[in-house]
Design a protein around this ligand. Structure first.
Ligand code: TXA
Ligand code: MG
Length: 359
């Protein structure tokens, strides 16, 4: 296939002609990447089993990893599911359109190819006017995983999509950088008590305020072992990982800075490349290496927004050893660290208080 056509626009000034064309591409079985407020999605017609197969092929994704069906009108949910519990109704009335995906029992209209063989379906109503116009132009039901190659960080810009999928899809709607930068919170309503399958911008406190009792999928907790895999199939795979070796260094700030400084210094002495993911507050602590400032702890949404871009940047720079501070910020910290820990393949090290060992 030739390179995908890329059309730039803004939410305030959408290119209706391009969106119409994108809709026609989906209606005739093709694939189009589009912006959402979380990350870019790779869209295909959710009711067409062949489109789902094409999505898996383009991403290089295992076909047992289900896709999220995106809608642009609350009423369109009714057709996709076999029933909507009252608490799910309450949550979506407060949080849609927005960075929330819900899991319900699917109806007969949703093909098994879209749901990775499951009897349940994931549904989301994104809060982005380009996405909404595109979904409507496509017939109302767009299956879309994040628009990255399987295993790479999710794309937060059209450039990231083009890098991964530019020669595998038909078109990319470029709506500029994603506002949030982390994938939606996934809440499963198919059990007695709602379960968070993937943490996101919409945090547990807010969910509890609306729903009352909410559980965290035990497979997501750091103590989880191989016997309790996460329920969302996609959360089981190695993910978001840069090509270099990424480790998270935790502990007292001064000890963390010293540990990372020492490690970077040792790598550089050995003729290796090394870098650090730090914040505005700490960038002055690192005199050498590839120093990447992710955002500011005082504005935690900046950290979420830049995470994937920073991880991709290390690949471009070819940095072999990457160290990151941890970012347990008050609201989004759980979601940010969930992604970062996966990217690091669970390599989390506590810095020694004295801070000058190389351990
Ligand atoms: O923010 C988002 O959710 C983005 C944008 C494009 O909307 N989409 C996204 O899709 O992150 P994807 O495919 O990269 O991640 C979907 C996750 C996967 O972990 C998948 O296993 C899980 O949702 N999932 C989908 N359907 C499910 C189901 N029926 N039961 C359990 N998990 C499901
Ligand atoms: Mg993904």
């Amino acid at each position: 296939m030739s390179r995908a056509e890329i059309v730039s626009m803004t939410e305030d000034c959408p290119d209706l002609q391009a969106i119409h064309k994108a809709g026609s591409i989906l209606q005739s079985g093709g694939l189009v990447a589009f912006p959402t407020e979380t990350v870019y999605g790779l869209g295909g017609n959710a009711l067409d089993p062949e489109a789902a197969k094409k999505i898996y092929l383009a991403k290089g994704r295992p076909s047992d990893n289900p896709l999220i069906v995106h809608i642009a009108d609350r009423e369109d949910l009714d057709l996709l599911v076999s029933g909507i519990p009252e608490e799910a109704e309450r949550l979506i009335s407060r949080c849609w359109p927005g960075p929330l995906t819900i899991i319900l029992q699917k109806s007969g209209i949703v093909p098994k190819e879209t749901t990775g063989g499951l009897e349940t379906v994931a549904v989301r109503f994104p809060d982005n006017r380009i996405a909404q116009a595109f979904i409507r132009a496509s017939g109302g039901y767009v299956a879309a995983p994040s628009a990255n190659l399987s295993g790479r960080p999710s794309p937060t810009s059209a450039e990231h999509v083009a890098e991964d999928l530019g020669d595998r899809i038909d078109m990319i709607l470029d709506g500029g950088p994603a506002k949030i930068g982390l994938e939606s919170t996934i809440v499963d309503f198919t059990e007695d008590i709602p379960v968070i399958l993937r943490p996101g911008y919409l945090g547990p406190e807010k969910l509890r305020e609306i729903l009352g009792e909410v559980k965290m999928d035990p497979g997501l907790l750091s103590e989880a072992d191989a016997n309790t895999p996460p329920k969302a199939p996609g959360m089981r795979y190695r993910h978001y990982a840069p090509a270099g070796d990424l480790k998270i260094i935790e502990g007292e700030p001064a000890a963390v800075y010293a540990e990372i400084r020492n490690r970077i210094h040792a790598h550089l002495q050995a003729g290796e490349t090394a870098g650090v993911i730090c914040t505005e507050e700490s960038r002055g602590e690192y005199p050498e290496g590839n120093v990447q400032c992710i955002g500011s702890r005082a504005e935690e949404e900046t950290i979420a927004k830049h995470l994937y871009e920073i991880l991709r940047g290390f690949d471009e720079a070819g940095t072999a050893y990457i160290y990151s501070e941890s970012f347990y910020t008050p609201l989004m910290g759980q979601a940010i660290m969930n992604r970062l820990i996966k990217a690091a393949g669970h390599q989390v090290i506590t810095a020694e208080q004295k801070g000058d060992s190389n351990g």
